[in-house]
Design a protein around this ligand. Structure first.
Ligand code: ADP
Ligand code: TYD
Length: 214
């Protein structure tokens, strides 16, 4: 008898326009080809309630603490209804952003106290077994804000976050760097300023090196 597959939780991070979404389906196919169930999801969002909160977060004016609390409220619902059940069932969960984004955007970007974020993280991500749920692997698509902005200008109308100035994204990027330095085993930086095909090769390489593709 073969052992049941272990759930795998992988998150994609980076400033807006870094190119995360571009590689999400390709990543999902890697595990589908290996016969694994894959759940592709995103934050804020991923459940009916969290998608409503996403709509508010992206379009309604609010202060930084309200924004942070809504991010974590959406995350709690997402964890309970989607992420935890999928991991228990042995699926691969690929999530476009998770809590590293809160440390980068609300913490480094908006100036929220990281101690408050850490407390919320501990509270919201506690599993039924009393453990702290964290991704098994985080791919950080790192790109200078100027390049990301040029990519976005060519595509879509900006939401409340994307309309922020370059200086905001420079702080967010520094926030990701700090977070990566604090969890080097989990968060892997990918130079996302290169052409998409090269970025994809780097993604494959990281997944192989980290042993998550077996
Ligand atoms: N490596 C790349 N080089 C140039 N353009 C890219 C690259 N990766 C993605 N893009 C383009 O940049 C835009 C933003 O990419 P997207 O994947 O939506 O970013 P994100 O999800 O990180 O905000 C899209 O138009 C996409 O086609
Ligand atoms: C998950 C998360 C996202 N965000 C922001 C980053 C993005 O600008 C925005 C929506 O994320 P995203 O889904 O990446 O936007 P898009 O699909 O338009 O690229 O939410 C935070 O500020 N904090 C968070 O904790």
């Amino acid at each position: 008898m073969t052992a049941a597959a272990q759930g795998l939780f992988i998150t994609l991070e980076g400033i807006d326009g870094a190119g995360k979404s571009t590689h999400l389906e390709g990543l999902a196919n890697l595990w589908r080809q290996r016969g694994r169930a894959v759940r592709v999801t995103r934050e804020p969002g991923g459940t009916a309630l969290a998608e409503k909160l996403r709509d508010c977060l992206l379009h309604e004016p609010m202060d930084a603490l309200t924004e942070t609390l809504l991010m974590f409220a959406a995350r709690r619902d997402h964890l309970r209804l989607v992420i935890e059940p999928a991991l228990q069932a042995g699926s691969v969960v690929l999530c476009d952003r998770f809590t590293d984004a809160t440390f980068a955007y609300q913490g480094a970007g908006r100036g929220l106290d990281p101690a408050v974020l850490t407390a919320l993280e501990q509270w919201v991500q506690q599993t039924d077994a009393g453990l702290l749920r964290q991704p098994d692997l985080t791919l950080w698509f790192d790109v200078p804000p100027e390049i990301a902005a040029a990519r976005l200008a060519a595509t879509r109308a900006p939401d409340r976050f994307e309309a922020e100035p370059l200086a905001f994204f420079a702080r967010v990027r520094a926030g990701y760097a700090q977070r990566a330095a604090s969890a080097p085993h989990r968060i892997v930086r990918i130079d996302a300023s290169r052409p998409a095909a090269e970025v994809w090769q780097a993604v494959l390489e990281v997944c192989r090196q980290k042993g998550v593709l077996a």
